[in-house]
Design a protein around this ligand. Structure first.
Ligand code: NAP
Length: 358
């Protein structure tokens, strides 16, 4: 059954950092829908959220939550997705999952619409579509156009990840630490169990027997799946920095075929969802404060890697709003793509879609 041009939508995790951004994006893009059902845990059941000028009530997630739902956006942690996605599928919905629960399942498409959106052609509900990890999306938005041009053989990534990547409570704790510091109080350390203000630390995900943390492993595995290329070698070091929102990444590439800096700039200039910020004279390059609230991933510090044979290596620095393109926006774009495929380019969604915010 094709998707309705005005689907009923559920948002699981509607009160969280990603859920809040998803609501804002549906409103900004005037995403066409009938019912919008907000779901969270018992903690926030009964609270209200502002949407399109009116309050919407949050309901507790249950096995019954998905009756009549066409699209269910999941963003309440992997465990919730593993437990409840089956209920949404049973109700006939498309599950667009922003957690890591199904990303590496060979039967689940892992999608960045600008990079591999064509794998959704022919998709019909019910089914699960996974949104990649935020660091993976931000890196691949910048690197995929170069991969297409010259074939990436090796990628070295170092991340500078914001508090927002760890959810609303982590953002509040960073703000609280700033207040604590200004008031001369000991810093509140409930989430990361360490000073976050004026500090940075290795990413707070679990470290495996190989010494890599989960965030690093996700970046490697997800990139290979999205590019459908097991031969590319990738190494990553993921670090949490005291930035409220937007991840940045330093990326070093080795190509299979030569690609000049000018050719790389050309490829990036034409890449959808990417904006070059690269003013050497003014020393202006991507910064999280500039990426904040933007749909595009900012790319700069574009320069040949002089340690490699000419044209075979490139360095980049990127910043992207991981609550938007790294999660909520990517999920909404998947829904838009499904509706476009099901209903043709003149469907309501594409007529009402507004351009990316810059
Ligand atoms: N933050 C990011 O940048 C980012 C990026 C990509 C993917 N993700 C993934 O998206 C998910 C949500 O992240 P977040 O940053 O939005 O976290 P968050 O701010 O902590 O929000 C968590 C949300 O999940 C809900 N929730 C928690 N336990 C639940 C349960 N048992 N049943 C139903 N709802 C439950 C919470 O509802 P209550 O209000 O009731 O507690 C809240 O709405 C995570 O899996 C995360 O890995 C996050």
């Amino acid at each position: 059954m094709p998707l309705s041009p005005t689907p009923n939508i559920a948002i699981v995790g509607a009160t969280g950092a990603v859920g809040g951004e998803l609501l804002a994006i549906l409103e900004q893009r005037r995403f066409p829908h009938r019912e919008l059902r907000l779901l969270a845990s018992a903690r926030s059941a009964g609270t209200t959220v502002a949407y399109r000028g009116g309050p919407l009530t949050v309901h507790e997630l249950s096995a019954d939550s998905f009756r009549g739902i066409d699209i269910a956006f999941f963003g309440a942690g992997g465990e919730v997705s593993r437990q409840s996605a089956a209920h949404a599928l049973k109700a006939g919905a498309v599950v667009i999952d922003k957690t890591s629960a199904f990303r590496m399942d060979p039967d689940v498409p892992l999608v960045i619409p600008e990079v591999n959106g064509d794998i959704l052609d022919g998709f019909s509900p019910p089914g699960i579509i996974a949104v990649p990890n935020c660091s993976t999306i931000i890196a691949l938005m910048a690197v995929s156009p170069l991969h297409k041009a010259a074939g990436v053989k090796r990628m070295v990534v170092s991340t500078y990840q914001a508090a927002s990547g760890a959810g609303a409570a982590a953002m509040r704790e960073l703000e609280q630490q700033a207040h604590d510091y200004a008031a001369g109080r000991p810093l509140t350390q409930d989430i990361f169990k360490r000073p976050y203000l004026f500090n940075l630390f290795s990413h707070d995900s679990k470290i495996g027997p190989d010494g890599c943390n989960d965030e690093e492993t996700k970046l490697v595995r997800e990139t290979r799946k999205i590019w459908d290329d097991d031969t590319v070698t990738i190494t990553a070091t993921c670090v949490r920095v005291p930035v409220l929102r937007c991840h940045s990444e330093s990326i070093n590439l080795t190509f299979r075929r030569p690609l000049s800096e000018a050719e790389a700039r050309m490829a990036l200039a034409h890449a959808p969802g990417v904006r070059i910020v690269d003013d050497r004279a003014a020393n202006r390059f991507p910064e999280p404060v500039e990426a904040y609230g933007k749909d595009e991933v900012l790319v700069g510090r574009i320069r040949a890697d002089l340690s490699q044979p000419l044209g075979m290596g490139l360095d980049l620095f990127v910043s992207g709003d991981q609550l938007r393109k790294g999660a909520a926006l990517n999920a909404v774009q998947i829904a838009e793509r499904l509706m476009q495929t099901a209903n043709g380019p003149n469907d309501e969604a594409s007529k009402r879609r507004i351009p990316a915010r810059t």
